[in-house]
Design a protein around this ligand. Sequence first.
Ligand code: SF4
Ligand code: SF4
Length: 147
Amino acid sequence: MVIKNIITAVKNIYFGPTVTRMCPEVATKLSDRFRGLQKLDKDKCIGCGICANTCPNNAIKIIRARINPESDKQRWFPAIDVGHCLFCGLCIDQCPKEALSNSKVYLTGIIRWNHEDLLFTPDMLAREVDINAEDEAGEEVSRWTPQ
Ligand code: SF4
Ligand code: SF4
């Protein structure tokens, strides 16, 4: 039995299918239903707060942010504490304006060492700043205070 197992293992090393990948160099193929970091369409968002009220983990806070990178005008938008997000998708399902959607971002841009770095501002959710280069983004990625 032991010999048989060893033979099977050796055979698989040379002739079996590849079962491991170099991550993140080789990306995992994701299904269309995959729920990664939320994406915000600021033009559609009306700041109603339904997403925040719906979130089962209290991960969303409605804060004031610029309506777009070129303007000084501000409105209310959701910010998401991704460190507390379950990626359940309820905020997306309940948004009356379809302002929130799923993206396939789940590695670069999300993996951070500190909880406060997982607080995604509206600018970040709208991808108005490069979420992979927060050091260069300066004030653009100023965080909201964790509750
Ligand atoms: S994302 Fe949708 S639910 Fe959330 S505040 Fe904007 S419009 Fe309302
Ligand atoms: S995906 Fe779920 S847990 Fe995450 S912010 Fe939306 S409602 Fe909250």
